[in-house]
Design a protein around this ligand. Structure first.
Ligand code: DAH
Length: 339
């Protein structure tokens, strides 16, 4: 029987040494030490031994059981250790590799120019306001003295949202909202997006940007308009830039002007940017029409005002010599990274 026990020991340890997985080991344990395992079967036959043999065989069997248990525990530990090593190897992070640099964003050129413009007007005592991009027909046209059948509407065809609602074609709508809610003196600029159903090309986009300006107080004259806008142009383009006021027409101002600056590209000599005129138009302006003041509950006999609408996209393209307005909206990083 002792030989048999040693044979079991040898077989078991041999099986353990070739086991690859924890399941292999468990199978060995069941085969030799389990309820019906080979060693267990031997122990059950102890009763057949003589009283002298019994303690000797018993001792040997116990020793072999302990040895096999220890071999099993060791093998399990080794397998676990090996699995851990494999996992560590697979998940290894190479800390010597250069990191991924996170890019920090920058301001869009339109916002750079807008911020400059806001600084200029705030330093002249203006507040900054805004208005909704989805407007009613009343604020965008009617209250600005552009009734339903007025030909001026043709130039500002837009996107209509159901009855009476439209995407505003001009920030001038914000003038009306301001005058409804504030008593003079008023000095405010309202920057924002505007929309027109224009075909996209190098100088047109169905979405673009304006900055509306409005001043209403007692005794405001055309001189205030000219002085304010000249100051603004000189701060944006430099004091050597010439400013030209051209008579024009807007239904909500009387008189109305368009303001040109000497072409920043050629200095006024004429080039492809200014279409050989030497001038670039940057805004429309005028003295607020008495009708518009009245509509907003401001007495035109007591108060007067001037207003202007600057094309922010034009300001930006001329300042940075950008030849195509589409670049401002495509958000190509190769373009944006230059600012
Ligand atoms: N809203 C005009 C446009 O989009 C620009 C303009 C002209 C605004 C004269 C004004 C103004 O406030 O007084 O063409």
């Amino acid at each position: 029987m002792q030989d048999l026990i040693m044979q079991i020991f040898n077989d078991a340890t041999a099986a353990i040494s070739t086991a690859q997985t924890e399941q292999d080991i468990e199978a060995v344990r069941i085969k030799y030490l389990g309820k019906n395992g080979e060693l267990t079967k031997i122990l059950k036959q102890m009763g057949t031994l003589s009283p002298e043999e019994r303690p000797v065989v018993g001792q040997l069997a116990n020793k072999v059981r302990q040895d096999i248990e220890k071999a099993i525990a060791d093998a399990k530990g080794a397998i676990k250790e090996k699995a851990l090593q494999l996992q560590l190897e697979a998940e290894r992070v190479d800390i010597t590799m250069p990191g991924i640099k996170h890019k920090i964003g920058g301001l869009h050129p339109l916002n750079i120019v807008l911020n400059d413009l806001i600084d200029i007007f705030v330093s002249m005592g203006f507040d900054v306001g805004d208005g909704p991009e989805v407007e009613t027909d009343y604020y965008n046209f009617e209250a600005l003295n552009v009734p339903a059948d007025h030909p001026a509407r043709d130039m500002q065809d837009t996107f209509y949202i159901g009855n009476n609602l439209l995407l505003r074609t001009q920030t001038s709508a914000a003038q009306i909202r301001t005058m409804e809610n504030h008593k003079p003196p008023i000095r405010i600029i309202c920057p924002g997006r505007v929309f027109r159903s224009d075909e996209v090309d190098a100088t047109h986009s169905p979405v673009f940007h304006q900055v509306e300006g409005l001043v209403v107080d007692k005794g405001i004259t055309m001189c205030d308009l000219k002085g304010t806008l000249e100051q603004f142009v000189h701060e944006i383009y430099g004091s050597e830039t010439k400013v030209q006021f051209r008579p024009s027409f807007f239904p909500f101002t009387e008189p109305s002007v368009e303001v040109d600056v000497s072409c920043p590209e050629c200095g006024g000599k004429g080039c492809h940017i200014c279409k050989d005129t030497g001038w670039i138009e940057i805004l429309g302006a005028g003295m607020v029409h008495p009708k518009v003041l009245s509509i907003c509950g401001i007495d035109p006999e007591v108060y007067s005002g001037f207003a202007f609408g600057v094309g922010l996209d034009r300001l930006t393209t001329t300042r940075y010599k950008i030849s195509d307005i589409r670049l401002l909206f495509e958000n190509d990083l190769r373009f944006l990274e230059q600012f």
